[in-house]
Design a binder for this molecule. Structure first.
Ligand SMILES: NC(=O)c1ccc[n+]([C@@H]2O[C@H](COP(=O)([O-])OP(=O)(O)OC[C@H]3O[C@@H](n4cnc5c(N)ncnc54)[C@H](OP(=O)(O)O)[C@@H]3O)[C@@H](O)[C@H]2O)c1
Length: 347
């Protein structure tokens, strides 16, 4: 418990308008207001790190989805690492670090009972608390759960993953290597491609922007593809589809190439090609949202914690300085400007 300190001003970024196509800075507005006052059971949080994630593009639209949209003039949603600055909850004290859904703002109220992940620095194995937003948080769990429940890579199989320098893809590839699979990673540009091969130890790394990409993928998968962890869609999926083996598994995790689509793509309708291949090759194509598998979370924390402590799983962070730069940070993320897990250092 501590006294309420109302000298703080909350800086927050709200959704000013809905994007048509790719988001622009005009879709966001920065505002200032007094920090809120906690009531019994609540805590006042100061944001240390804000996670920027591809799903935020979806929340800016009002199309029906698995989660409700952000309303106009509402604070943008987002997961944070936050510090308790004032507590009216017996289990939390000023100075505690927690993960929270505080959104794009410097201060937020939370019900203490909902803050179930306290970040004890020894548990983070010397890593920055921001890893609780990346490899040791939701994106890392997405990789872990999607492979555990759907992808199920086996020794000797070939797994392909794109957006492979990001927190989901990099973790997918490394876990698949631990399971004995041969891993082909796909990313944009030479620097990311070199990182996948030289730092993460992927067997082959390809640049999806290379004009010869489809031929390179075919050459990289002489025995076909057993697991395609789908993060992107678009031309990458077109190149993968003919290479899928009988009984291949396709965890459909994300389709970032399509998040800003305003219409269906022009061209021939190839839906029947897809459904025929699903039948003839007995493919498993399953969409998932990581929280569908939340029962695995304690197991993930244990196993990933050990991997991080032992340096078995590597990760990279891409830090944007200052909340005011979050809009440009998200706009850039959707175009592949990030190299590793993108977080905003807020305070
Ligand atoms: N289902 C779930 O519960 C769940 C949870 C978390 C994330 N996801 C999804 O998982 C995917 C990866 O998320 P993340 O947080 O790890 O993101 P990330 O890799 O940090 O960022 C997205 C990356 O996507 C790549 N990209 C963007 N447009 C592309 C395109 N047209 N074709 C190919 N690649 C493109 C870019 O990398 P390059 O430079 O390599 O092109 C960009 O850096 C996203 O689709 C996300 O929505 C799903």
């Amino acid at each position: 418990m501590s006294e309420h300190i109302n000298e703080h001003f909350n800086t927050r970024i709200v959704l000013a308008s809905r994007p048509h196509g790719e988001p622009t800075p005009e879709n966001f507005r920065l505002e200032r207001a007094p920090a809120p006052t906690p009531h019994a059971g609540q805590v006042l949080l100061r944001t240390r790190f804000l996670s920027l994630d591809p799903y935020m593009r979806g929340r800016m639209s009002d199309a029906k989805s698995y989660a409700p949209p952000v309303e106009i003039d509402e604070v943008m949603v987002g997961r944070t690492v936050s510090e308790v600055v004032e507590s009216l909850h017996p289990g939390l004290a000023p100075g505690d670090l927690v993960t929270a859904d505080a959104g794009w703002q410097t201060y937020a109220l939370a019900e203490g009972a909902t803050l179930t992940r306290k970040l004890n620095l020894p548990d983070l194995a010397g890593a920055s608390p921001s890893t609780a937003l990346g490899v040791y948080g939701m994106p890392g769990f997405t990789a872990y759960a999607g492979l555990h429940e759907i992808g199920k890579p086996k020794a000797g199989e070939t797994l392909v993953v794109a957006a492979a320098a990001g927190p989901v893809g990099a973790t997918v590839g490394q876990i698949a290597k631990l399971r004995g699979a041969r891993v082909v990673g796909i990313a944009g540009g030479a620097a990311k491609r070199d990182y996948l091969r030289d730092e993460l130890g992927f067997d082959v790394a390809l640049d999806h922007r290379d004009p010869e990409f489809a031929a390179q993928l075919q050459a990289a998968c002489p025995d076909g593809i057993d697991v395609y962890f789908e993060n992107v869609g678009g031309p990458v999926f077109d190149a993968v589809l003919p290479l899928l083996n009988d009984f291949a598994r396709v965890p459909v995790c994300g389709l970032i190439a399509h998040y800003s689509d305003t219409d269906l793509p022009l061209g021939q309708d190839r839906m029947s090609l897809l459904t025929q291949l699903i039948l003839k090759r007995r493919l498993t194509v399953r969409g998932f949202i990581q929280r569908d598998f939340i029962a695995l979370y304690p197991q993930f924390l244990r196993e990933m914690g050990a991997w991080l402590r032992d340096g078995v799983i590597k990760y990279r962070e891409d830090v944007v300085e200052g909340l005011e730069n979050a809009p440009q940070g998200l706009i850039g993320l959707l175009k592949g400007e990030n190299f590793g897990k993108r977080v905003v250092r807020v305070s």
